[in-house]
Design a protein around this ligand. Sequence first.
Ligand code: THU
Length: 150
Amino acid sequence: MSGLSESAAAELVDAARAALRGAYAPYSGFHVGAALLFADGGLVSGANIENASYGLSLCAEAAAIAKAMNDGRRGGLVAVAVAGGRPDQAGAVLSGPEPVMPCGRCRQMLHEIAALGGTDPEVIGVAEGSLLRMPLSALLPHAFGPANLA
Ligand code: THU
C-alpha cells in the first residue's frame, strides 16, 4: 500500500463528511459518513442507518459497501475515509479528538470487497485537526476471507 497523496486523501475525507449528512442516527446521535475510493476513480459513499431495535443499526461503511457491491463492484478498493461526530445545535457535525475508525464488523466487510480485487486499501479515520491513516491489513491482520473458502 503506497497511500493516497495528501490532496487525494483530503478529497476523500470531504466526501465522507458530505456523506454523513445522510445519516439516520436518532438513537446514538452519532452521525457517521464513509467514502470508498476505487481504482477507476469511482467514489461510493454511505452513512449510518439506525433502528429502533438498536442492534440492527447499520454502519456507514456497511451502507457504502452495500451500495458499491449492488452497483456491481468487486474489488478495486483503494481507500476508505470515515468521519463522524455529533451535530451541534445548528446541525453542523464536528469531528472529535479521536479518529473514527471502522468497527470490527466493518473491517471484515472491507476485507471482503478488497480481497476480491487483491488490494490492501488505505483506511483514513478523521479526527479534529488530524487523520489516522493505515492499511486495512494493519487493522485486521491475518484476516479470514474468500481465499479461505476457495
Ligand atoms: N458507526 C459507524 O457508522 N461506523 C463505525 O465504524 C463505528 C460506528 C455508527 C453505528 C451507530 O449508528 C453509531 O455510529 C454509534 O455507534
